[in-house]
Write a protein that binds this ligand. Structure first.
Ligand code: 13P
Length: 250
C-alpha cells in the first residue's frame, strides 16, 4: 500500500554547520513512532555527512536534484552513481524552482526520471501550476500534462519507485496554502489519471504529497484528506520543532 511521507526540502539554505545543527535538533526531538516516513533533503555537499549522522535514526537523506547523464564532461553536475555512493536512495526531480529558474523542461525531467529509476532510485517527482493557470481553470490539465510527459515512459513496475509531489507554485514560500479541498481535488485528479494509464493498483500504491506552505497549523487538515499522503515541506522544515510537528500530524 502507499506510504505516508513527510519530506523536508532544505533548498539552498544550510551549509555544513547548519546541516549538522538541524540534524542534531531533529534527533533530539524525534519520537519513537511516526505514522510516516521522514526524509530530509540537504544540499549536495552535505549529503554524506547528513547520511552518516542519521544512520541510527528513521530519517532518510534524499537529494534535491540529479543529472540525467551517467558520467563525463558535465561540469558542475552530480550523477546518480555519485548520490548512491554516499548513501542516497531517493531524489527530488522536477521541482518548480528547477523548472522555472534553471529551464528544466519536461523532456529533461523525463530523462532524469528514467535514468534514476533504472538505477534503482526512488524519485519524488514534482508538478504544479502557476497562479495564472489556476485562475484560468487549467490547473488539472497542466499538472496531468507534466505527469504524462515526465513519468509515462515508465512501466507500471517502475512506477512503484515514484512518489508524486503536487506543489502549486503560487503556494510555495508565499504563506498561501492550497485549501485542503483544493489539494484533495488535485490529488484525486492525479490518482485518476494514474489509474487510466496504469490501472487501479498503481494508482492506489502511489504516494502523492502536497507541498506549498505546509506548517504545523495546517498539516493535520491537509493530511486528513483521503488522497493526500504527506507533504514536501520547504520553509517549515528548517525548524526542527515545526518539521517534527508536521510529521506528527499523521
Ligand atoms: P514552502 O513549504 O516553503 O512553501 O516550500 C515548499 C516547497 O517548495 C517544497 O519543495
Amino acid at each position: 500500500m502507499r506510504k505516508n511521507i513527510v519530506a523536508g526540502n532544505w533548498k539552498m539554505n544550510c551549509d555544513l554547520p547548519m546541516t549538522q545543527t538541524l540534524i542534531s535538533e531533529l534527533k533530539k526531538g524525534l519520537q519513537t513512532d511516526y505514522n510516516c516516513e521522514i526524509m530530509i533533503a540537504p544540499s549536495h555537499p552535505c549529503l554524506y555527512p547528513a547520511f552518516n549522522s542519521t544512520l541510527d535514526t528513521p530519517i532518510e537523506v534524499v537529494a534535491q536534484n540529479v543529472s540525467e547523464q551517467e558520467k563525463g564532461a558535465f561540469t558542475g553536475e552530480v550523477s546518480i552513481d555519485m548520490l548512491q555512493s554516499v548513501g542516497v536512495k531517493t531524489v527530488i526531480i522536477g521541482h518548480s524552482e528547477r523548472r522555472d529558474s534553471y529551464g528544466e523542461t519536461d523532456e529533461l525531467l523525463a530523462a532524469k526520471t528514467i535514468a534514476a529509476v533504472e538505477k534503482g532510485m526512488r524519485v519524488i517527482f514534482c508538478c504544479g501550476e502557476h497562479l495564472d493557470v489556476r485562475k484560468a481553470g487549467n490547473h488539472v490539465s497542466v499538472v496531468t500534462s507534466q505527469i504524462e510527459k515526465g513519468l509515462f515512459q515508465l512501466s507500471a513496475a517502475q512506477m512503484e519507485q515514484v512518489v508524486i509531489a503536487y506543489e502549486p507554485v503560487w503556494a510555495i514560500g508565499t504563506g498561501e496554502t492550497a485549501s485542503p479541498e483544493q489539494a484533495q481535488d488535485m490529488h484525486a485528479a492525479i490518482r485518476s489519471f494514474l489509474k487510466d494509464k496504469y490501472g487501479e493498483m498503481t494508482a492506489n500504491h502511489t504516494s502523492i504529497l502536497y507541498g506549498g506552505s505546509v506548517k504545523p497549523a495546517n498539516a493535520v487538515e491537509i493530511f486528513a484528506k483521503p488522497d493526500v499522503d504527506g507533504g514536501l515541506v520547504g520553509g517549515a522544515s528548517l525548524d526542527a520543532t515545526s518539521f517534527l510537528a508536521i510529521a506528527d500530524a499523521f
